[in-house]
Design a protein around this ligand. Structure first.
Ligand code: SF4
Length: 176
């Protein structure tokens, strides 16, 4: 994660529970472990509504960062074209329809050259889940007693979304 400015942190303090139906991002990184076999541009979204006890990034609950739409995400991914194999949204449970819409546009722009992923903190996928937008999805809030994805006791699940829309559970790929 990149540095967070004092102004941004102040913004978190004064409005930590905003549920605007829009996406905002705070930071992004190239990651190698969150999506097995992929080099992923992972974009960390704020406005998280999940309030997991023991949250690893509580600042992401705040109304903070820059607005993220398809144009912004495509421009970010274009910067790393040829270096990444996947682009992912980490969060966005305040507006899952926007998550789907943005990733569908990414797919239309990059075609088969770039996969898409989503880390949701909800236990279930949204009612109007559109598998066409995703190659991978992770579901499940962080439960300290159960551990994150790398723990065999975890409540979280990581799926590959197949072409026919079915989900293949790949959670075991995170276990040593
Ligand atoms: S989903 Fe992630 S960012 Fe949101 S409260 Fe839970 S641990 Fe924190």
């Amino acid at each position: 994660m990149r540095d967070i400015s004092a102004l941004a942190f102040f913004s978190f303090l004064i409005s930590p529970f905003s549920f605007n139906p829009m996406l905002k991002y705070l930071t992004y990184d190239i990651v190698f472990q969150e999506f097995p076999d992929e080099v992923t541009l992972a974009v960390n979204l704020s406005l998280c509504p999940n309030k997991c006890p023991g949250c690893h990034s509580s600042i992401l609950m705040g109304d903070i960062g820059e607005v993220l739409d398809a144009k912004v995400l495509i421009a970010l991914a274009e910067k790393y074209r040829g270096e990444i194999t996947c682009v992912a949204l980490m969060g966005g449970d305040n507006d899952p329809e926007m998550v789907q819409s943005v990733l569908l546009e990414v797919k239309q722009h990059f075609g088969a050259t770039l996969k898409t992923g989503w880390y949701s903190g909800c236990q279930e996928l949204p009612k109007r889940f559109n598998p066409a937008a995703f190659d991978y999805v992770k579901v499940g809030p962080y439960r300290e007693a159960l551990g994150a994805l790398k723990e065999r006791t975890t409540n979280q699940r990581f799926y590959r979304v197949e072409a026919d829309g079915t989900l293949t559970d790949l959670t075991h790929r995170f276990w040593r």
